[in-house]
Design a binder for this molecule. Sequence first.
Ligand SMILES: *[C@@H]1O[C@H](CO)[C@@H](O)[C@H](O)[C@H]1NC(C)=O
Ligand SMILES: *[C@@H]1O[C@H](CO)[C@@H](O)[C@H](O)[C@H]1NC(C)=O
Length: 215
Amino acid sequence: MGSAGGSCGKCCCSFIITLGLTALFLWLSLQTNEPKCYVESFYVPTLNQTLKTPSNSTILFTLGFDNGNKDKGIQYDPVNVTFAIFLDRNRTKLIGNFTIAGFYQGHQKNAKKPGSVEIHGGGLNRTEKVNNISYFRVDFNTSVKYKILLWYTKRHSLWGGANVPVDDSGKKPGKKGVRLGHTVAVIVSGAPVLAGCYCALLVLGLFVNFLFLDL
Ligand SMILES: *[C@@H]1O[C@H](CO)[C@@H](O)[C@H](O)[C@H]1NC(C)=O
Ligand SMILES: *[C@@H]1O[C@H](CO)[C@@H](O)[C@H](O)[C@H]1NC(C)=O
């Protein structure tokens, strides 16, 4: 009797463990990470000081989409991209838009989507300048569904924006992409420096905290 009860208990136990592991595995495999979107390149020929073409009203750009999911593909609906100039540091005015056709992206893939937009009514050279850097506002929105094995999840909306700097060559300076995140359309000069300082202070604070807790 004792031995029979023991084996039943074992069986029951392994069943529960299997069930638990399956649930954990399912839960883990259903976790999805939003793709990251960047402005990889941004060129406004009319702001190229060596070119001197005040009549050129084009913006040329490349957006990058980064699927960091280890084993999930992403189906993007058409991506709406809008472009705005800054009337001052706090106010923007829409000047153009562009649609990137929907596309599928495999897991851990990076997609580059180039495009250009013709701005009617000018205004490219009237955007707000801070410390010789002109700023443009770029926003996007779309929805995505994730492919898990053979199935798609429901649609999730995806959106973001950034203030893109442009220097005297008409280009976004640097090679690093500008992340289109959940940021506000306000030009705050020196903000990255301040944020960096704050971060360093926070880490220092935590470190000191641990040091004293240990003693
Ligand atoms: C600006 O114009 C000059 C002269 O045409 C050209 O050589 C240069 O490549 C342009 N700058 C950029 C960033 O394209
Ligand atoms: C503006 O400049 C770009 C890049 O140099 C060029 O591809 C485009 O054709 C120009 N547009 C006009 C209207 O001149």
